[in-house]
Write a protein that binds this ligand. Structure first.
Ligand SMILES: Nc1ncnc2c1ncn2[C@@H]1O[C@H](COP(=O)(O)OP(=O)(O)OP(=O)(O)O)[C@@H](O)[C@H]1O
Ligand SMILES: [Mg+2]
Length: 259
């Protein structure tokens, strides 16, 4: 059995009177893709904020590779290899695409997953400079031709690609993707599915928040449903999706909600 890379135990976070995350526990196995779905306001992004250290839990524990990370600042958690993207891309619009990438890189030319993907067997990982790494990652996401453009001039879909590309500069072992498909057209989404699968093939572990169920089903090895801050269901994606409680949770979330 694969190793557990992330374990969350009884994590709670309230904002004023609202319990955004209400005693969540979950486990992620190394090398898998874990989907996280749930109605709007269920607490999905807040859970990512808690895992990545952007927000501190009121109680509960989070273990990354067996190490308790609650209380560590976000930058230290990132250095351990736990990297997240944001629902709204956070690129610096008045810097070029390449400059954004260089900022995303940790100042080390170490081992990285892209050395394996693109240059397997050809070049030693440590020979790859940060700039070369940026170029390879931009190529992987099909946005290399934009390298000298301002990030602000990119389309919504390209900005999402840049957000993910930048996250990979930091050599993640666990990557948290918050709605990576939102705003992408179907063709681009299909391409992104293949890219995410390729990252998994190369050993990256991924947690993915997504509303579009077909993409979740295409990618997830395991699926969790969050509702009102608590885990409502978990397991094999096709089984979870057909769980009537999941359907009801979305119905309860309003007329436009759908699993
Ligand atoms: N910093 C904050 N201050 C106050 N309330 C917050 C804060 N962040 C989130 N919340 C509230 O916590 C709840 C959960 O929000 P969250 O963004 O985690 O939901 P979500 O599942 O990601 O929803 P969506 O699918 O719409 O992105 C919401 O009611 C939200 O308004
Ligand atoms: Mg969200």
């Amino acid at each position: 059995m694969a190793d557990e890379i992330l374990r969350i135990e009884g994590v709670r976070k309230g904002f004023g009177g609202l319990l955004a995350v209400d005693g969540c526990s979950l486990s992620v196995q190394e090398g898998t893709i874990v989907g996280l779905i749930g109605p709007n306001g269920a607490g999905k992004s807040t859970l990512f904020d808690l895992i990545s250290g952007f927000v501190s839990p009121d109680s509960g524990s989070i273990f990354f590779s067996g190490r308790e990370i609650v209380g560590l600042p976000a930058y230290k958690i990132a250095r351990l290899g736990l990297i997240r993207t944001f629902q709204i891309p956070r690129s610096l619009m008045r810097m070029t695409v390449l400059e954004n990438m260089m900022l995303g890189g940790q100042n080390q030319v170490g081992e990285n997953i892209f050395a394996n993907i693109i240059r397997r067997g050809k070049v030693q990982a440590e020979e790859i400079s940060i700039e070369n790494k940026a170029v390879e990652i931009l190529k992987f996401f099909d946005i290399l031709r934009m390298q000298d453009e301002y990030a602000g001039s990119m389309s919504g879909g390209q900005k999402k690609m840049l957000e993910m590309a930048r996250a990979l500069m930091a050599d993640p072992r666990l990557l948290l993707l918050d709605e990576p498909f939102a705003g992408l057209n179907p063709a681009l989404s299909e391409r992104l599915i293949e890219k995410v699968k390729k990252l998994r093939e190369n050993g990256l572990t991924i947690m993915i928040i997504e509303h579009a169920i077909p993409y979740v089903l295409a990618l997830s090895d395991e699926l969790y449903v969050l509702n009102k801050g608590a885990i409502l269901a978990k397991g094999r994606p096709d089984q979870v999706i057909s769980d009537p409680r999941v359907f009801e949770a979305y119905l309860g979330a309003g007329p436009d909600a759908q699993p």
